[in-house]
Design a protein around this ligand. Structure first.
Ligand SMILES: [Zn+2]
Length: 346
């Protein structure tokens, strides 16, 4: 074999545009809010792993559907978005900048800085007040995950919360308020995230949305029957709307009955392969859910991100395909959401 023709996975990885579409941030009440040295993602680890961009989630746990608790959830989301915005700046020779659009993400990455993309996880953050969406957008949020675990005013979740009385508070999918929220998100150019949503909610959200939607951190149900994963009908619906599934690195979503330490980059790539065969390379991407439950042997933290590229190349994906998976597809979906807002503005 001619040595010149052997691809160097590390060099190829370094020149790709790469975005991890779901990363949690530490917060005082998080059980997994470990100290800085134990965090799986920080700017130094992103730089070491040649990650060019990351979506950082202001995660709001589901609480009671009453005004006082909803107000507190909204305040928490605002405080978390402020903390995410504060990641921007220059430290130890690494520059990070806040990105408000797909074009800005690309510019920031091209200029050698890390693009910080804020997001909000759980529509509970807006309670039942749709005007709060505009506030979250003004604080930088580029996507909103419709639900977390537990039904909220927007719709039903894949995993209900019995302790919050969810068995008696089902909508049967997306609520009328959820439909109004999606219409407003479309008008604002905010991407609709259907990870965590019940299958009924997800399919109805796709039907309701004028722009393609994303599942920012979900894996494949056919390979691992976890309620958070997407079955074939859900994957097909995502592709039909022009959207994307961002396969995620949570061990329990990747292999059934396996210990966390037994799950590896092989399992992750199996989920990528399945989704690509089912719905095509244009509709599949990559997320870690680092610092929110993600991480396995070979992709333990952001610094090890090139290992995924190596495994994908080993399986026969070429540079263009790996680039689509690592970021090209997600940017396309973001751009489509932004274009929808442009049509409303005219
Ligand atoms: Zn999540």
């Amino acid at each position: 074999m001619n040595a010149d023709r052997v691809l160097d996975p590390v060099a190829l990885h370094a020149r790709l545009f790469t975005i991890d579409t779901h990363i949690d941030i530490p917060w005082p009440d998080r059980g997994d809010a470990f100290g800085p040295s134990a965090r799986r993602v920080d700017l130094a680890k992103m730089q070491a792993g040649r990650l060019k961009a990351g979506c950082f989630a202001a995660y709001v746990p589901q609480g009671p559907r009453v005004e006082e608790a909803e107000q507190a959830a909204f305040e928490r989301a605002r405080a978390m978005l402020a903390a995410i915005a504060a990641m921007a700046g220059s430290r130890d020779g690494i520059q990070a900048r806040l990105a408000r659009s797909a074009a800005e993400i690309e510019t920031i990455a091209r200029e050698g800085a890390i693009a910080i993309v804020p997001a909000v996880e759980n529509g509970y953050a807006i309670g039942t007040d749709i005007t709060r969406l505009d506030v979250l957008l003004s604080l930088g949020a580029r996507y909103l995950t419709l639900t977390h675990n537990g039904h909220n005013a927007l719709g039903d979740a894949a995993i209900p919360r019995a302790d919050l009385g969810d068995s008696k508070m089902r909508h049967g999918g997306l609520s009328d308020f959820g439909r109004a929220v999606i219409a407003r998100m479309n008008a604002l150019g905010m991407l609709v995230d259907v990870s965590h949503a019940a299958k009924s909610t997800m399919l109805q959200a796709i039907a309701a949305s004028r722009s393609p939607v994303a599942a920012t951190h979900s894996s494949v149900h056919a390979l691992c029957p976890h309620p958070r994963n997407l079955d074939d009908e859900q994957l097909d619906a995502l592709a039909e709307c022009g959207g994307v599934v961002q396969v995620t690195a949570v061990p329990a979503f990747l292999r059934r009955d396996a210990k966390d330490t037994e799950v590896s980059v092989i399992d992750f790539a199996d989920h990528i392969d399945y989704a690509v065969r089912r719905i095509g390379i244009a509709h599949v991407g990559i997320s870690s859910d680092f610092d929110g439950g993600g991480g396995f042997h070979g992709w333990h933290d952001a610094s090890e991100s090139a290992n995924l590229t190596s495994e994908l190349l080993r399986r026969g994906y070429d540079e263009q395909a790996v680039g689509a998976l690592w970021g090209g597809n997600f940017l396309r979906v973001m751009r489509a959401a932004e274009a929808e807002a442009g049509r409303h503005a005219q």
